[in-house]
Design a protein around this ligand. Structure first.
Ligand code: GLU
Length: 488
């Protein structure tokens, strides 16, 4: 969900890649890493935390000689923000390194297959399976990385931008995309790959936009694009007209506008892979038994600000589907008013960051009274989900604007999923009914997209209406008159 950079050319790859990552920093991230090919080996460095942490691991001679490399800033979706979970991920034999943005929905099945074949996985991420799959495919296609990527992608479900390099090729970077962004930057004797143009706009403004389900292989002088079956495809060239500052905001004037535009993807990602093979809905982490959930007779949502408003929507959905009474409490008030909470209460803590202090304190208070706890959160590995019995993550990616948009919308989606999950466990709804609501929810990204498409028309209308004065009275009289109360 965060930053991806790939480079092959004549410059020091490390410098280009780290500079690219720095330009993508605005997106927010929890860890960072790079891989460069030096001679005939891969050198990988990665570290949790800010880029400065990673940089303290860099700067050694062999790395500086490399002219091909990849870099990643991570926003964890699977596995906490640790050094081990940071990207790149490397195959067991150390020959392939891969970085990934997005979510591999079927990673658990793939991991089980790899484990039965004797592969030892070292991280908790969904990404690592890709490194092992690529390494397994390479010998089957004479070491052709692009072909190995195509074969691997055909086994993957979900959303991904993947970029890989191999130890014995100092001239090829291969990438693939499905439901996640990837652009190619075209230079002279050098080429770039990135999740957005901000990463390379200081080097080149000529770019190619990749389509859905495509694989691209870049070398110094060539760019070859195919679909996942190997059929050649033409990519759409474009020239970046934004300056670096605008590029950071994806061409929007404000982060908030950019994040509003990201809502369809945020919703789609948050719904991704929620239904297991047996057709049942599941949460990300569940340490409560079905019996415990059946005993719940009251739900308390604790949250602050925007998340509190998502809680108000949660109340409607959960009460409607489960018939359990739901109270929505401002977290800052909760523990000062002697609320009725016991071991049959489920406290739902909603927090984008997972670190909202009042929400954390309310959660701890509820737990002290014996309450079960569930978190709805956008930050994997943060404190609030760590202290809960169950977690449902929203996959909105980092939100920079203070006014919440995509995080708020995904909190509502998550609240719906929690309601449906409880209804499933407690038998309030039939499987078919749940699936029908899920189908409606899966149409939501498109509906949001259509709504956003109307924004020009809405702006035109707003410009027209802003000057409109009520006929009945003058503007001065209006502003001096209190609003009449609504008739009931
Ligand atoms: N799902 C991957 C992980 O948790 C990638 C996250 C990202 O897009 O940064 O490592």
């Amino acid at each position: 969900m965060c930053g991806i950079v790939g480079y092959v050319g004549e410059k020091q790859a490390l410098e280009v890649v780290v500079e690219g990552l720095r330009r993508l920093e605005y997106r927010g991230y929890d860890s960072a890493g790079v891989a460069v090919v030096t001679g005939d080996r891969l050198d990988v460095r990665k570290k949790a935390g800010k880029l400065a942490n990673l940089e303290s691991l860099l700067g050694e001679d062999p790395l500086e000689a490399a002219t091909i490399g990849i870099g990643h800033t991570r926003w964890a979706t699977h596995g906490g923000p640790t050094d081990v979970n940071a990207h790149p991920h490397v195959s067991e034999d150390g020959t392939v390194a891969v970085i990934h943005n997005g979510i591999i929905e079927n990673f658990a099945e793939l991991r089980d297959e790899l484990t039965s074949a004797g592969v030892v996985l070292t991280s908790e991420t969904d990404t690592e399976v890709v490194a092992h799959l690529l390494a397994a495919e390479l010998p089957r296609c004479d070491g052709d990385l692009a072909e190995a990527m195509r074969r691997t992608c055909r086994q993957l479900e979900g959303a991904f931008t993947l970029v890989a390099v191999v130890a014995d090729d100092v001239d090829v970077v291969v990438a693939a995309r499905r439901n996640s962004p990837l652009v190619v930057g075209l230079g002279q004797g050098e080429n770039f790959l990135a999740s957005d143009v901000a990463a390379f706009v200081s080097h080149t403004r000529e770019a190619l936009e990749l389509g859905q389900d495509q694989v691209v292989q870049i070398s110094r002088d060539t760019v070859v694009i195919t679909d996942f079956d190997g059929n050649p495809v033409e990519a759409k060239p474009f020239t970046v007209t934004w300056d670096a500052a605008a590029a950071e905001k994806g061409g929007y004037d404000l982060f908030m506008l950019k994040e509003i535009a990201e809502q369809p993807k945020a919703v789609a990602d948050s719904l991704r892979g929620r239904v297991a093979r047996d057709g049942r809905l599941h949460l990300d982490e569940m340490r409560l038994t079905d019996a415990e959930l059946r005993e719940i007779d009251k739900i308390v949502v604790v949250a602050c600000g925007t998340a509190y408003h998502a809680g108000l929507v949660a109340k409607y959905a959960i009460e409607h589907w489960t018939r359990i009474p739901v109270d929505v409490e401002l977290a800052s008030e909760f523990r000062y008013r002697d609320p009725i909470v016991d071991d049959r209460t489920l406290t739902i803590a909603i927090s984008q960051s997972g670190e909202t202090m009042d929400t954390l304190m309310a959660l701890r208070y509820a737990r002290e009274q014996g309450s079960k706890a569930l978190a709805i959160c956008n930050t994997v590995g943060s404190t609030i989900p760590r202290e809960c019995d169950a977690v449902l993550y929203t996959y909105a990616g980092p939100e920079i604007a203070v006014a919440s948009t995509k995080a708020f919308l995904t909190q509502i989606v998550a609240a719906y999923l929690v309601g449906l999950y409880l209804a499933q466990v407690r038998g309030n709804m039939f499987g078919d009914e749940i699936r029908s609501v899920l189908t409606d929810l899966s149409d939501m990204p498109q509906a949001v997209d259509l709504t956003l498409d109307t924004s020009e028309g809405v702006q035109a209308l707003a410009r027209e209406l802003v000057r409109t004065r009520p006929r009945c009275c003058s503007w001065d009289a209006m502003s001096a008159t209190p609003w009449p109360s609504r008739a009931h």
